[in-house]
Structure formats: structure tokens, C-alpha cells
Design a protein around this ligand. Structure first.
Ligand SMILES: [Zn+2]
Length: 125
């Protein structure tokens, strides 16, 4: 029974050692504090860290921008300040979608024209 208690203690000690993986230092006094801490527990200084913005364009929004270029254009305008890389990507896909739309409508126009004219040919004898 005593051995089991000891084992549990060792395990919890090991876990504690693995916990402080993400540590940073206080800007004022240099004390090691948690990366997520906003205020230093030692001196009380506010930790002004550069806000890390995830500027990775989302695949879903790229697809949306492609199929609905207007959405891509809005995303481009709205996000160009905070996430310029993503905004540029959405704008690019909106442009590709827009051009594809034009090409498709031209193709569609000729397909309709061809089928209408062949229909007229079929009935005009
Ligand atoms: Zn401090």
C-alpha cells in the first residue's frame, strides 16, 4: 500500500515538471511568468504582448470567394487591415471566380445560342 502512494507522488511530480512549457519573462522585473499571464505576479506590470493574429486564409472562405466573388471582395476590404495575407488570398480567389464566371457565361451563351439555332434548324423545313 505504501509503495502505491509513493508511485502516485512521483507521477504528480513528473506532471508538474512538464506543465510550464510555455513561459516568458516579465518585461519589468524579468521574473519567469506564464506566457498567457497578462499581469506579472511579482511586480504587477502589465504584459503588453504583440497580439498574435492567425493570418492563415481559410479554405472554406476561399471557396466561398471563388463561387461568390462579391463575398471575396467584401472579405478583401474588411480583412485587409487585420489579416492582409488572408485578405489578398480571398481577393485573388474572388477575381479568379469572377473571371471564371465571365468565361462560363460566355461559354453558356454560345451553348444556348448553338442549341437554339439547332432547334430552329430542326423546325425550319
Ligand atoms: Zn514583473
Amino acid at each position: 500500500m505504501e509503495n502505491q502512494t509513493e508511485n502516485t507522488n512521483v507521477t504528480s511530480e513528473n506532471q508538474q515538471q512538464f506543465e510550464p512549457l510555455h513561459k516568458s519573462f516579465c518585461r519589468e522585473c524579468g521574473t519567469m511568468i506564464s506566457e498567457k499571464a497578462d499581469i506579472c505576479p511579482n511586480c504587477g506590470a502589465t504584459q503588453h504582448r504583440a497580439k498574435v493574429i492567425d493570418d492563415t486564409p481559410s479554405a472554406g472562405l476561399k471557396v466561398l470567394s471563388f463561387f461568390i466573388p462579391l463575398v471575396g471582395l467584401i472579405l478583401f476590404v474588411v480583412q485587409s487591415k487585420d489579416t492582409p495575407i488572408s485578405a489578398k488570398e480571398y481577393g485573388k480567389w474572388a477575381l479568379i471566380g469572377f473571371c471564371t464566371g465571365i468565361v462560363l457565361s460566355i461559354v453558356w451563351y454560345f451553348v444556348v445560342l448553338a442549341s437554339v439555332s439547332s432547334m430552329f434548324k430542326a423546325f425550319s423545313f
